[in-house]
Write a protein that binds this ligand. Structure first.
Ligand SMILES: CC(C)(COP(=O)(O)OP(=O)(O)OC[C@H]1O[C@@H](n2cnc3c(N)ncnc32)[C@H](O)[C@@H]1OP(=O)(O)O)[C@@H](O)C(=O)NCCC(=O)NCCS
Length: 344
């Protein structure tokens, strides 16, 4: 790795630059004194501009260190700082970086954090030689998961009761992106510039496209159009996510919550995953999995499980890549008691 310190980065709407002592007023006004911004952070709202000034001075003095990365997020249209993004930990031998960020409430839900985090990820991989970039959040703060996912970080697990912030002890959902994910994704973006997938929950009007995919995946006659439509409308137990390319669906993923009085954790059970052959190895299934996992997380589910065929080596390679490990359990299924043979 070659450290370069906090160099200025530019995106479409933002300048990420070093803090200066002139930033204290905007910091205090825009986020540092707002209890909603600090709700899931480890520090209290500043309460007085003098505290912000002191902290700002201490931050500014750290830039002499070439491995100190702390950017003021400046909106070009406002020319003042509306948040900050910084590296909170570096593991030098492993070239790993942990990132944290905060944006003033007036600028939430405008994609600012995604734009800032994407720029820092690009800088750390392309200019510093990072191997791995991580970020984590209190599982009660679900807004953070979408930011991390949209920047290409993948969910790796939850460290239970491992952090402490203004809400007390919390479970930390951990996300990471590796340099190979980043450069692999960049290669795919370059070779697929014309393809922009949309990942979303299925709606009843997707039924005929889903029927086609299900026929390819599970064989024809597994289900019919009316039943799929009705299931999408009425089955509140199942989450169905799709990868859409305009009107056409290229893949889908289904899941439901596995709940038992025997266990204190509920699992997100991934039951189906399919991508049309000509669309494979482009990250579609990985994105579908991230999408469905975050849908489960929105319902407070942080544990996931699935079954796949013992012979399905591709499926197994894929799931391992997503962080799933095989267990020794075997699935048993009984023949239907009414003698039917269909779908068994
Ligand atoms: C398994 C399946 C869903 C993967 O879909 P996909 O969109 O090609 O997957 P991704 O592009 O997101 O692959 C992510 C990673 O998984 C692994 N992987 C995927 N396909 C693989 C293959 N054929 N061989 C080895 N590894 C593979 C790779 O590590 C890949 O990353 P890389 O392309 O950067 O090397 C797809 O092959 C499929 O629909 N198969 C038939 C249905 C099925 O078996 N479903 C799972 C059982 S329920």
């Amino acid at each position: 790795m070659t450290h370069k310190g906090t160099v200025t980065l530019e995106t479409e709407r933002l300048i990420l630059r070093r803090f200066t002592t002139d930033d204290a007023d905007a910091m205090f006004r825009n986020w540092a004194n707002d209890p909603e911004v600090t709700r899931f952070l480890t520090w209290q709202p500043h309460g007085s501009i003098d505290i912000t000034r002191k902290i700002n001075q201490s931050d500014v003095s750290k830039y002499e260190n070439s491995s100190h990365y702390q950017w003021a997020v400046v909106l070009k249209s406002l020319v003042e700082t509306i948040g900050g993004i910084n590296v909170v930990r570096i593991d030098e031998p492993c070239s790993c970086f942990e990132i944290a960020y905060r944006i003033g409430k007036a600028w939430w839900r405008q994609g600012i954090a995604i734009e800032a985090l994407s720029a820092v990820i690009k800088f750390l991989f392309e200019q510093i030689g990072a191997n791995r970039i991580t970020a984590s959040y209190d599982t009660r703060n679900q807004n953070s998961s979408a930011v991390m996912r949209k920047c290409g970080l993948r969910y790796e697990g939850t460290l239970r009761r491992s952090g402490c912030n203004n809400q007390g002890i919390y479970d930390a959902a951990c996300y990471a992106i590796l340099s190979e994910d980043y450069f692999g994704q960049r290669k795919k973006e370059i070779s697929n510039v014309s393809h922009k997938w949309e990942y979303r929950l299925a709606v009843p009007s997707d039924a005929s496209e889903l029927l086609k995919l299900n026929d390819l995946f599970n064989g024809e006659d597994c289900n019919n159009l009316a039943a799929i439509k009705s299931s999408l409308k009425n089955n509140t137990q199942e989450i169905v996510c799709v990868a859409a390319d305009g009107e056409k669906l290229r893949g889908f993923c289904c899941g439901q919550i596995f709940k038992s009085m025997c266990y204190d954790v509920n699992y997100g059970d991934i039951t189906e995953l399919f991508v049309i052959e000509s669309y494979r190895r482009q990250g579609v299934a990985s994105d579908l999995m991230s999408f469905i996992e975050s849908e489960f997380q929105n319902q407070g589910i942080n544990h996931f499980q699935l079954f796949t065929g013992g012979e399905n080596k591709i499926g197994q390679a894929f799931y391992k890549r997503q962080g799933y490990e095989p267990t020794t359990e075997m699935m048993f299924r009984k023949r239907p008691l009414n003698g039917e043979t269909k779908n068994d």
